[in-house]
Structure formats: C-alpha cells, structure tokens
Design a binder for this molecule. Structure first.
Ligand code: COA
Length: 260
C-alpha cells in the first residue's frame, strides 16, 4: 500500500492512521481522500488489524477541513462529485467499518475534520481541540455528512446553531454536548485511546461488528428488526459458544488467538 499523505502503523492489532500534512493543518485534499480510502480498505481486509485510530500529525490540528485551495475551480457538478466521492470512499466506509474506528482529536477539527471525527465510532479529544462546521463563512455548507451526523450526535437545535454561527466549541464544550466521550491532555491522548481499544479488542469481534451495524441503524425504521436479525445470528457461532461457555466455566473468554 503506497500512502503519500498518511502515516500508517499497526501496534498490537490497532492501525494508527495519522493524516500527515501538518503545514496545511492536515487539510483533506484529493490525495488525502484517496489515501484514507486505501487505508480503510487495509483496515477492512488485513486480519492482523482489529481496530483503528484516526489522528492528525503536529500539535495544532486534527484536520482543519477540506482543502479550500481546491474549491474555486469547481462548478456545481464538481462540488457534488467532491462530496459524493468523499462520502462513498471515506466517511461512509469508516462509519460502516466492522472493526472499531476511534478518532483521537489532537487540535482543530473543523469542517471536513469535524465530519471525519464524527464518522468514527466515537471520539476522544485533547484539551486544545476545537470543533466546528465553519462552512457558512465560505458560502458553503458541510458536504461530508456533517449536517446529518452532527444532528444525530448533539441534537437538532445545537447542530443548527453550530452550522449557522460557525462557532468553535472547545474540548470541554464538545464533551458537554456529547460530541466527544473523553478529554485528555495532549500528551496522553493516543495512550488513552489505545487503552480503550485494548479493552475493546478482548471482546468478540463478531459481536463488535454487529453492535456497530445495529447502532448505525438506530433511529431508522429498520433499527429494531436489524437488531433482532443480528441477535439471532450470534447464536450458534463459535464466538457466542466461547463467550457463554467461558462464563459458565467461570473463566475469561478468549475470542482471538494473539498474533504476537
Ligand atoms: N484548506 C487549505 N489550507 C488550509 C486549511 C484548509 N481547510 N486550513 C488551514 N490551511 C493552511 C493555511 O492556508 C496555511 O497555509 P500557508 O502557511 O501556506 O498560508 C496553513 O494551513 C496554516 O494555517 P493558518 O491559517 O496560517 O493557521 P492559524 O493557526 O492562523 O489558523 C485555523 C488555524 C484552522 C483557524 C485556520 O487555518 C482556518 O480557519 N482554516 C480553515 C478552516 C475552515 O474553514 N475549514 C472548513 C473548510 S470547508
């Protein structure tokens, strides 16, 4: 896998994907979108990988948005294609990944950066993080799913206010509105994220994939029937047999043979 704009490391089954354009605040240009798509394909297909972290390089930004320098040459069809390609190739792929994907937000998460954090399954933020959907400042609106995922995370009224005012809540404000789950120091952000994923990686990967799919369907008419289908599918699987047998035998379940 050839990646020009990302760093990609695997540690203890966790793929750490670092967007690496610190001089441009890790802005999402066409190359980053292409690389993120390839990196997510690797997360899906590499059996050594059991979860992933998305973060930004440098001390200032997670991602400060889509790359604004690519905008002026686009017409209406080009703008729609930019949004559709990004949503199909990256944002939806992350949200629907059957393995847990967590954002470690280490600074500005604006526009497409906030949207990238929001398509991850959950988020941690460092104390210096700032969030926002400032597209209205540019005569634009969010295009990578921001109006939909922000509304789901913080509610309609807050989403309206954030997208209308272009205000930038800090990490504590983001925590209070449910946009992030934990706030850490800048120094401990990655370690804390890895600690949480290390716990998650002891659980049944089959069940984790089903939790992700069910929660992604929450609020849709298919949500409850989808849960019934997945719940039923768990029965009789080797992982369900191991989990239930381990409980009855008063031992810890082992779902995955360690690869190292
Ligand atoms: N697209 C392209 N380039 C960007 C960018 C973006 N979204 N965000 C930052 N950059 C570039 C700047 O143009 C600058 O490049 P330069 O050094 O070649 O001039 C570099 O990153 C550093 O940014 P700068 O603005 O000088 O840093 P700052 O600390 O003063 O401000 C921000 C940081 C994030 C507040 C500011 O860069 C900003 O408002 N960025 C745009 C945010 C936005 O509107 N995102 C939504 C896009 S749809």
């Amino acid at each position: 896998m050839q990646l020009n704009t990302l760093l990609f490391n695997i540690e203890n089954g966790i793929a750490i994907i670092t967007i690496n354009r610190p001089d441009k605040m890790n802005a999402l240009n066409a190359d980053v979108i292409q690389d993120l798509s390839a990196a997510m394909d690797e997360v899906y297909n590499n059996n050594e990988i059991r979860s992933a972290i998305i973060t930004g390089s440098g001390a200032k930004a997670f991602v400060a948005g889509a790359d604004i320098s690519e905008f002026l040459s686009l017409d209406s069809a080009g703008g729609a294609a930019l949004a559709k390609t990004g949503q199909d190739q990256v944002f939806d792929k992350i949200e629907n990944c059957p393995k847990p994907v967590v954002a470690a937000v280490n600074g500005f998460a604006l526009g497409g950066g906030c949207e990238l954090a929001m398509c991850c399954h959950f988020r941690l933020a460092s104390e210096n993080a700032k969030f926002g959907q400032p597209e209205v400042n540019l005569g634009l609106i969010p295009g990578y799913g921001g109006t939909q995922r922000l509304t789901a995370l913080v509610g309609k009224g807050k989403a309206m206010e954030l997208c209308m005012t272009a205000s930038m809540p800090n990490a504590q404000e983001a925590l209070a509105m449910g946009l992030v789950n934990h706030v850490t120091t800048a120094e401990t952000l990655l370690e804390r994220t890895k600690e949480i994923l290390n716990v998650i990686q002891t659980k049944s990967p089959m069940a984790l994939a089903k939790v992700i799919d069910c929660i992604n369907h929450a609020g849709t008419t298919a949500g409850y029937t989808n849960e019934i289908k997945h719940f039923g599918e768990c029965f009789g699987t080797p992982e369900m047999k191991e989990g239930v047998t381990a409980f009855l035998e008063k031992r810890k379940a082992v779902f995955v043979t360690p690869t190292v």
